[in-house]
Design a protein around this ligand. Structure first.
Ligand code: COA
Length: 425
């Protein structure tokens, strides 16, 4: 069976998390992803947060599956020649260098376009054009500047960043969609184009509902926020909403049996309007079905603290899994707070390939997140990440078709360094 992106060659200049997330997805869909790394150093994450000395970190291995690695010093004149050849050979160049790096390397968009008019050049930067365009950016900077931090956390606490890597992995996802869209357009126009995605923009896109609330605020209080029921006035910007539901169906995190000792014995409970009667039956408040103070969604809004307090009295008598079972039998949406340990042990996630065990020559077996996007005609087989420079010779000879004498010349120039079998120390 062929893969969806079979035949597409990606020149992967990405590093750290945002860009690698994108190229890993493309590799999972069947593209040939050629990761270019600096000789002797490689992607900085190979050596970051190492759990085993001199072994590529999980940070690196979990973001670089199914890729090939070539080491190339792009500041070396011979290295620049090889890069030129790679640009002519590949369909897409993906990079998330700091602002201006590609230009300083001698490969601005105009030059790449001349070398290969069909090439799609895809970039992630922290910010789009404007006052901050020259700034380097990491995950939490994007979360803070994209509206996530100011709206996450509790009203009386600090702004919070979230564990979901919406700045890095989120923007990588956005970029991947931009790339396949540009590839599709190329089938009609025959031409490449630039695809750019700023991390601030990617986060803001994921915080769309908060910009919705910012505008609703001009027309009155946000009644589904806890502070409305508590009588706390709203200011001029969207407040932090704690665990209040971001949608039209009020929800909260409630305690379950064992919460006193288990930090994850909690459940997200949604009081979806169509199942209100079932909720009343389960929590032992059948009168609330018809009582005019509780019977309809608008009258419940000022009473959410009381209602969720009553729901919690019931959930505290059940474990989160028991509660989930009982509630789902009546179609009441809810979600147990799963710890990473519980997720890592989840057999159903392993059965679908969302969790995969991967074998690595220097690390041994480890658990990774597989492809969350399932294509029925292009299934993903997760392969281990490459060692630094593992495919340098193979790419130079079989992709770029260098002759033996040219290969010796490249090696003598120092442009490719020596292949290493371990991570940067
Ligand atoms: N050969 C030779 N030099 C290389 C090379 C190679 N194969 N690959 C990279 N380099 C050089 C670059 O040319 C650059 O040199 P220059 O500054 O002299 O022009 C240098 O490495 C540093 O690149 P840079 O991307 O700025 O790395 P950094 O470690 O200083 O910054 C980031 C890291 C992530 C902050 C920055 O890349 C960035 O802001 N990226 C965009 C936003 C982003 O994706 N952030 C999230 C990352 S998860």
């Amino acid at each position: 069976m062929t893969k969806a992106l079979e035949g597409v060659k990606i020149l992967d200049f990405t590093h750290v998390q945002s860009g690698p997330t994108c190229t890993q997805l493309l590799a999972w869909f069947g593209a040939d992803v050629i990761k270019v790394e600096r000789p002797g150093v490689g992607d900085i994450t190979r050596g970051q947060l190492q759990d085993i000395p001199k072994v590529d970190s999980l940070y690196f291995t979990m973001l670089n599956h199914n890729k090939r690695s070539i080491t190339l010093d792009t500041k070396n004149p011979k290295g620049k020649e090889v890069l030129e050849r790679l640009i002519k050979e590949c369909d897409v160049l993906v990079e998330n260098f700091g602002p201006g790096v590609l230009d300083r390397m001698g490969f601005p968009w105009e030059r790449i376009k001349t070398l290969n008019p069909r090439m799609i050049v895809a970039s992630i930067k922290g910010f789009g054009p404007g006052p901050y365009e020259d700034c380097k950016v990491y995950e939490n900077v994007a979360q803070c500047t994209g509206g996530a931090a100011s709206t996450t956390g509790f009203r009386d606490g600090l702004p919070l960043v979230t564990g979901a890597q919406i700045g890095d992995s989120g923007t990588g996802l956005h970029l991947a969609l931009g790339i396949v869209t540009a590839l599709y357009q190329r089938t009609v126009t025959g031409e490449g184009q630039r695809v750019t995605c700023a991390m601030q923009d990617g986060v803001l896109n994921l915080c769309r509902v908060k910009l919705r609330d910012q505008q609703r605020l001009q027309h009155g209080p946000l009644k589904e926020y806890s502070q409305f029921g508590e009588g706390v006035p709203f200011g001029d910007s969207v407040p932090r909403a704690g665990n209040d539901s971001g949608g039209g169906q009020p929800g909260r995190i409630v305690k379950c049996k064992g919460w006193e000792t288990d930090p994850n014995a909690y459940l997200y409970f949604i009081t979806q309007a169509p199942v209100w009667e079932a909720i009343c039956d389960i929590i032992g408040e059948p009168d609330w079905k018809t009582n005019p103070d509780y019977a309809t969604p608008p009258v419940r809004l000022p009473r959410l603290n009381e209602i969720f307090g009553r729901i919690e009295q019931w959930t505290m008598t059940k474990t989160k899994f028991e509660a989930m079972q009982i509630l789902n039998e009546r179609d009441i949406p809810c979600g147990p707070i799963l710890s990473m340990k519980e997720i890592a042990e989840d057999e159903s996630l392993k059965a679908t390939g969302t969790l995969v065990e991967v074998d690595h020559p220097t690390r041994g077996k480890y658990l990774s997140v597989g492809n969350p996007i399932k294509l029925s005609a292009s299934p993903t087989v997760v392969e281990r990440s490459p060692l630094l420079g593992e495919h340098t010779q193979e790419i130079l000879s079989s992709v770029l078709k260098y002759s033996e004498s040219e290969l010796s010349e490249i090696a003598a120039s120092g442009a490719i360094g020596a292949p290493r079998m371990a991570a940067a120390e």
